[in-house]
Design a protein around this ligand. Structure first.
Ligand code: HEC
Length: 87
């Protein structure tokens, strides 16, 4: 019984740490983190006004080069691009 309780508490702590980590990241910070692997800054994005289809095609191209986005990260970054850099 004590052992089970210990496991539950440990998962609780891990879960709390994990949620804190993901909740603290804004879409912009995520984009900087993922895209700055190859682009010095977000300047490559900031001058642009692309349509949704064009951004999707850019993101797909970056994925092929090795941007390595999970489904969730892809959606967050696409939304960020559409909100700020799309017409
Ligand atoms: C693995 C390296 C790599 C990563 C990571 C990467 N890129 Fe790129 N990106 C490139 C290269 C190389 C080019 C230039 C060649 C090209 O456009 O295909 C480029 C070009 C671009 C361009 C210019 C395209 C155009 O048509 O003008 C944009 C915009 C861009 N990247 C956005 C992003 C965004 C947003 C991210 C993050 C989600 C990202 N990139 C992550 C390598 C990368």
């Amino acid at each position: 019984m004590k052992f089970n309780l210990l496991i539950i508490i440990m998962f609780g702590i891990l879960y709390a740490i994990f949620s804190l980590k993901t909740a603290g990241v804004t879409p912009e910070q995520l984009a900087v983190k993922k895209c700055s692997k190859c682009h010095y800054s977000l300047d490559i994005i900031k001058g642009k006004q692309l349509t949704k289809l064009e951004w999707i095609s850019v993101l797909d191209r970056m994925q092929k080069k090795g941007a390595n986005l999970s489904n969730k990260e892809y959606k967050i970054i696409l939304n960020y691009l559409l909100r700020g850099f799309s017409n």
